[in-house]
Every structure is written in C-alpha cells, then in structure tokens.
Design a protein around this ligand. Sequence first.
Ligand code: ZN
Length: 225
Amino acid sequence: MSMFETQTIHCPACGTAKQADMFFSVNADRRPDLRAAVIDGSFQRQTCANCQAVFRIDPDFNYLDLRRGQWIAVHPFSRLGDWAELQAADQASFDTAYGVAASRGAREIGAGLAVRMVFGWPAFREKLVAAEAGLDDRDLELLKMALLRARDDAPISGTVELRFAEENIDGLFMVWVDATTDTVVDGFAVPRLAYEQIATNVEDWGDLRAEIGTGLFVDMQRLMV
Ligand SMILES: [Zn+2]
C-alpha cells in the first residue's frame, strides 16, 4: 500500500507555509503513477504560491515494485554518511516484511526482490530506469567507476553525482546531477558495449563487483564516503 501524510512544509526560499502530501510508503504495483512521477521528476515537487520557487521535498520512504522485483529503502541525500547504520535498520525492515522474520508466503515473494537502499532523488530514479533498461546495478556502478577513472575533468563534488539517466539512440545517457537540488549539470552518452564489456569481464572487475554488491547499498558512493 502507498501511504502518505499531509504535512505543513515551508518554502526554502521565502519560508511560506503550505500543505503537502509526504509519502512514507510507495507501492508501484498499485500506484504506477507514482513510479512514473519519480522518473519524470515530479514526485514531491512543489511550487511556492508566494514566490514561485520550485523545490523538492526529500524522499524518505520504502518503495516496492513486485512486478519488477525491486524493494528500495529511499533516504534523504543528507543521510548518506549514515549508510552503514541505516543499512542495518533497512535490512531488519525487509526481514520483517519479506525476509527471514516473515511468513513463508512473504519469504517466497521476498526471494524475488532485489533489496537496495539509496540516498536522494537521482540515486532512486537511477535504480528504476536502470532496471527498465535491463542494466544490472552492480555492473552499472562499475561502469561509472571506469568512466570516472578515464576522465580528469569530472565535475563530481560532494553533492554532484554521476547517474545513468536513460538509454537512447546514442547509447547509455549519463548525467552529472546535483543530488541536493536534483539539477542536471551536464550529460554525455556511453556506448552500451562499454557496459557489456565490464559486465562480462570477471577477471578485471569480479572482485570489485562482489564488494559493491555486498549488502543493500549498491552504489560507488560507499567507496567514497
Ligand atoms: Zn517561496
């Protein structure tokens, strides 16, 4: 079930109060419109009635998509530094609902779910579009690390991240995006072949793939924070 509470929020630019629906559980099977809103960037996006500033409320909810096999604990980007501690809590939440502490029927459902945690809108969106494009998120993280190693002008910073945005006729379109504002800084395409070569290269990438695929936080950020 998708669940939300109507809460009072304040415009970050002028402080004007407004009422907004804050989700704490999102079920993509029952509410495909919410999944679509994550992908198109409109989910929890607000416009201030006073100063017209556009801003996004940080995500902080559990996401479930049984059809696509995704269970994701979505956290605000500001909690990134706490990932190890949050991972234990997220694993416990999953175990209660679909894991070792759940009923047999629920465990059978859980066996078909990839269990993940993410920080911020761009990271969350990436998990959805990568699955849609048939990309394994572990191999996608390896590709991003290879791309970062190959260029010395990467505009990466404490808040700017490299994320997969979509597959188009030029290949895999990657963006530099500010995770705090969800603003794209720049973008470029990578041939899908570059991804395939990494995904099939166990000799050079196997160890790192195993490391990045351990636990819920399948993101190169874990090696950087
Ligand atoms: Zn305002």
